[in-house]
Design a protein around this ligand. Structure first.
Ligand code: ASP
Length: 343
């Protein structure tokens, strides 16, 4: 008996990949998913069964929010047993945020979820969409002895497969739009698809797949800059119902040592607001206490985001706040890698 074909589901959320030019306004907007498949007859040549599902109203990913994350997670949940792999077509602007959030929402994931999109629409002569889509489907179809090779949420773009929650969109123009500066590539596509097996996430296969659906959006992200004022910082912390703040500090986690700054942080930590220190550098890690300019943060109980990206820090925070973790253990849990998102 011949080997049965792998079953892949394509989840179309929107993004440039499926956009067309509105000639009245001269801007790109999302269009019907059916047209997308008509434009890639090559998909018929792949040795897998491809099914498609689309958000009711595809979006530019700049309109992405946690309610869409939930819709994507629920599509995966309801098709989890029926399919071997999942490919999510998504705008590149916020793809790293969605891939990161999904990595936390999909608990004990044992199948591939590959995010991809493109810089040019699929109908464009010089499009990058076809290669991105075809190789993403191949990644999602990869099997070894009847079991998926990739068992995590990843992102494929311009010949590289990355761990989704390690990526950042670094370039708005180049085909190579994404980077994973703190974690090696999971695979590279050339003449062969070269998988770096040692870097793939190894989930506990005895645990049952489940979707974490509760996310708490009562957070803020603050990027430090020389000249940030006390009133700006105060107004952010005074936001009603605020549960946590991610601070993008300088370099290895450093900030001003001015007393007003530390006092605000101290006051809100005392009130139960979690504060996470991540670096605004694209690569490298927070090391609180390495410089004098970060040792006070460590002393007052700021959480170290280590080498996490902003995108993953946001997803992890909304997820953990949704888990009702006791205040005492929140710091310890946040500082632990849950899905390979930090070292
Ligand atoms: N604005 C688009 C989006 O994120 C850009 C893209 O798809 O690359 O939906």
């Amino acid at each position: 008996m011949g080997k049965s074909k792998t079953r892949i589901i394509l989840i179309y959320t929107g993004g440039t990949i499926g956009m067309v030019k509105d000639f009245k306004t001269n801007s790109l907007k999302a269009f019907n998913f059916k047209n997308l498949l008509d434009r890639i007859p090559e998909l018929q040549l792949l040795e897998c069964d491809i099914h498609t599902v689309s958000l009711k109203k595809p979006i530019d990913s700049s309109n992405m929010n946690p309610s869409y994350w939930l819709q994507i997670a629920e599509i995966i949940e309801s098709n989890y047993q029926k399919f071997d792999g999942f490919v999510v077509l998504h705008g590149s602007d916020t793809m790293s945020y969605t891939a990161s959030a999904l990595s936390f929402m999909l608990d004990n994931l044992a199948k591939p979820v590959v995010f991809t999109g493109s810089q040019l629409p699929i109908g464009d002569l010089r499009t990058d969409a076809k290669e991105n889509l075809i190789t993403s489907i191949q990644v999602a179809s990869m099997q070894d002895k009847g079991k998926p090779v990739v068992k995590e949420v990843c992102l494929y773009f311009e010949y590289k497969l990355y761990r989704g929650n390690r990526t950042t969109k670094l370039n708005a123009e180049n085909f190579q739009a994404f980077a994973s500066l703190n974690y090696p590539d999971l695979a590279e596509s050339g003449v062969h698809l070269k998988v770096n097996h040692e870097y793939l996430f190894k989930p506990n296969l005895r645990k049952k797949f489940k979707v974490n659906k509760v996310l708490n959006e009562n957070i803020a992200v603050v990027k430090l800059y020389p000249g940030i004022t006390e009133s700006v910082l105060k107004s952010i912390f005074e936001t009603s119902n605020l549960k946590a703040v991610i601070i993008e500090t300088y370099g290895a986690g450093n900030c001003t040592t001015e007393s007003w700054f530390i006092d605000i942080l101290k006051k809100y930590i005392f009130k139960g607001v979690h504060i996470i220190n991540i670096t605004q550098c694209a690569g490298g890690s927070v090391m609180m206490g390495h410089y004098e300019t970060s040792s006070l943060l460590k002393k007052i109980g700021v959480i170290s985001g280590k080498d996490i990206t902003t995108e993953a820090a946001v997803g992890k925070l909304m997820f953990l706040l949704g888990q009702n973790i006791p205040a005492k253990t929140f710091k310890t849990i946040y500082e632990k890698p849950l899905r390979g998102e930090m070292n």
